[in-house]
Design a protein around this ligand. Structure first.
Ligand SMILES: CC(=O)N[C@H]1[C@H]([C@H](O)[C@H](O)CO)O[C@](OP(=O)(O)OC[C@H]2O[C@@H](n3ccc(N)nc3=O)[C@H](O)[C@@H]2O)(C(=O)O)C[C@@H]1O
Ligand SMILES: CC(=O)N[C@@H]1[C@@H](O)[C@H](O[C@@H]2O[C@H](CO)[C@H](O)[C@H](O)[C@H]2O)[C@@H](CO)O[C@H]1O
Length: 375
């Protein structure tokens, strides 16, 4: 009996100590939904493999393990919604879960209070609007409208799709699925007419810049917004001429021929918030800052800029027609012409592989749905 007592006397404290040791180890594990400690790749040797896979972030600030289960609060919020119901705040909530620095508020377009947008006031185009304040004010005074329009602005849950111009869209008959989205975003001169079976019929907005804009007036879709994305000061001059229906002059400074008129009323024209170019380039993709100036390989493609905008302004985000596949250099680059994929190699402004890494994170973490699986 005495021996049994002694044994218990020794065993009990050992069990208690063991329990404390075990719990303290557990407490260090990152549990979904708790604010994670930000550790970068470099400090990985300090962590066990379990911890590593759960709360280490890459250089850009994205969670390394994108397969981790949904945080419990998201499961609670969205888990019981029936398939097909629009999930309010879904894309931004998932984005914050893998990228804790993400802050949702960032308006789609510039409005008359644009000078208050602190993140863009100190950057020159394309990352901000410094030096262009006066001309922007003149343009916005004429356009008078700064949102999507009353119907879309009042929707409690918006589903957006960005239709990229990639050849991968051909022969997939996705047109009717694309048309189901509340907001259909198209880019540059990508045509609708003649391709509706694959790309749909609806265009809510078309984002472009002078060299990318549709040149034939008859090819502009009715009821769509012309959304202007500026890359250089000259672009704003061109936009002012388009808004005020003036004959364009000074067009020699463009790198390609540009449209001479945009058959849209001023009220159908918007200026894209340049914050999305800045955030995509410097924060999401990690392109070189180059002192805040446009330079070699530091411009995101327009499609990625549009996706960035949608993460801030849409509840659910889908894409189609995205993918630069360098393994098929002879495949068509676009769904509407015969230029080959290899042509993108000549681009000095974009870094296609780094950009793809970013887009892939969004797909892997189911923040965006890729209808054509090209990312
Ligand atoms: C020669 C050149 O500069 N080409 C650029 C063209 C060109 O300026 C316009 O077509 C107007 O002529 O524009 C770009 O892009 P582009 O107009 O080709 O395509 C729009 C967006 O779709 C996505 N895309 C396109 C093709 C493809 N195979 N995979 C894709 O993922 C991209 O996200 C792309 O942004 C641009 O503005 O971004 C990017 C291209 O680099
Ligand atoms: C300073 C200047 O005009 N640079 C031009 C680039 O903007 C332009 O890149 C193009 O710039 C566009 C904006 O204007 C888009 O970002 C497009 O994706 C990108 O390819 C290239 C095209 O080959 O030509 C240079 O002279």
């Amino acid at each position: 009996m005495k021996a049994a007592h002694k044994l218990l006397f020794v065993l009990c404290p050992m069990l208690v100590l063991g329990f404390i040791y075990y719990s303290s180890g557990k407490l260090h594990c990152y549990v979904w939904g708790q604010k994670p400690q930000i550790k970068t790749h470099q400090s990985r040797q300090h962590f066990s493999s379990l911890q590593l896979s759960n709360f280490v972030f890459d250089k850009q600030g994205f969670l390394l393990n994108l397969d981790t289960k949904m945080p419990p609060e998201l499961v609670y919020k969205y888990g019981n919604l029936t398939e097909g119901t629009c999930k309010p705040g879904y894309a931004a909530a998932k984005m914050s879960a893998i990228y804790p620095k993400f802050r949702k508020p960032a308006s789609m377009f510039l409005d008359r209070n644009f000078n208050r947008l602190s993140k863009v006031t100190n950057y020159l185009p394309p990352f901000g609007f410094k030096t262009q304040e006066r001309i922007i004010d003149v343009i916005l005074t004429a356009t008078k409208n700064y949102g999507l329009g009353p119907d879309l602005d009042s929707l409690s849950c918006k589903r957006c799709i960005i239709v990229g111009n990639g050849g991968i869209l051909s022969n997939k008959s996705l047109g009717s699925r694309i048309d189901e989205y509340d907001v259909v975003i198209r880019l540059n001169e990508a045509p609708v007419s003649g391709y509706t079976r694959d790309v749909g019929t609806k265009t809510t907005l078309r984002i472009t810049y002078p060299e990318g804009a549709i040149q034939k007036p008859e090819r502009y879709e009715k009821d769509s917004l012309f959304v202007f994305s500026a890359f250089k000061p000259l672009d704003f001059k061109w936009l002012r001429q388009m808004v005020f229906k003036e004959k364009p002059h000074g067009v020699e400074g463009f790198w390609k021929s540009v449209a001479h008129s945009v058959p849209r009323k001023p009220s159908e024209i918007r200026i894209l918030n340049p914050y999305f170019i800045q955030e995509a380039a410097f924060q999401f993709i990690g392109l070189p800052q180059n002192n805040g100036l446009m330079g070699k390989g530091n411009i995101p493609t327009l499609g990625t800029v549009a996706i960035t905008m949608a993460l801030h302004n849409c509840d659910e985000v889908a894409v189609a027609g995205f993918g630069y596949d360098m393994n098929t250099p002879h495949a068509p680059l676009h769904y509407y012409e015969t230029v080959k994929m290899s042509a993108i190699k000549e681009s000095w402004t974009h870094n296609i592989s780094k950009e793809k890494e970013f887009l892939h994170k969004l797909v892997k973490a189911s923040i965006i749905t890729d209808l054509t699986n090209g990312i």
